[in-house]
Design a protein around this ligand. Sequence first.
Ligand code: ARG
Length: 366
Amino acid sequence: MAKIVNSWNDFDPLKRVILGRADNSVIPPEEPATSEKVPIDSEMRGMWGPRPTETVEKANAQLDYLAKVLQDNGVVVDRPTPLQWNQAIVTPDFRTDSGFTQMPPRDILLTVGNEIMASANSFRCRYFEYLAYWDLMGQYFEEDPEFKWTQAPRPRLTDKSYKHNYYDERITIEERLERTAAKDFVTTEVEPMWDAADVMRLGRDLFIQHGLTTNRKAMEWFKRYYPDLRVHAVNFPGDPYPIHIDATFVPLRPGLIINNPQRRLPEEQRKIFEANDWQIVDAAQPAHETPPPLCYSSVWLSMNCLVLDHKTVICEASEVHQMEQMDKLGMNVIPVPFRDAYPFGGGLHCATADVYREGGKEDYFP
Ligand code: ARG
């Protein structure tokens, strides 16, 4: 029996990874949490249903190419089992008309050491997304005697989990930024809710973004669940739609993080990095002025790179400025085209979830 699952950060040598699939992806109908998160000017407002087949095929072609690049670099690539998302999701507490996708496993699966945990997402349409990974979890459980297969407490997602009338069509970007600064988000605090992509792992420390998809109760839950780890809540006041940390604050190797220059970590929260000689540098500007059509994310997926080891990083092939910066920071860059996959839930980091990286539970902030 072998050791299959181990990962404590996003930069130690990557050996095994789960890579999403675009099959059966749906644009979900509005629900209490999502209307707050689809930008006002997005062409996706009010629209829902299965994504056009040719866009699914193009995304899958880029995902398959990424799989090949990873394999060529010695990484074992596992793929989820697509489910039929174009059907209602019903629990005793709510009903919504469709599911979503199994493209960004990063949002659903959190790997901490020998444990992979399915998250407590706040979108109703994502309630059963973890099922796409359950065959893989079962396989790891059979093959790795130390693997801990875990499910975080499932949120009920009743109407009490959301602030109603939080969102108003007329709200301006400035007002949104004020809300982010005031830590006023659409989710309430009746139960822990969190997306795995809001959690940045650095050995003994977890840095968790408090925003539209992860609430304060989740921070408290993490503290009690991992008494041996230090949990830090982080906020990025410059982000009008704070969802997922990986296009905002991205570690490249021990001691080095790139930070979105529009969403800088506040002084107070930088102290722990400065005190331990970590460098936080502004990420390069994105090469594009707009995201691709029908995309939830911003142009800052430019910095959503996948680090293979302390010297090697996969970047999106058209992101010339980001690639140049990586080169200057001493990283070897492998360019991979990925813009066709962005609309399905994000970039290169989002599209993957760690299974095995070398290295252990380091204390980077003693
Ligand atoms: N909120 C980020 C942005 O638009 C996108 C993050 C996507 N990450 C993910 N894991 N799905 O800039």
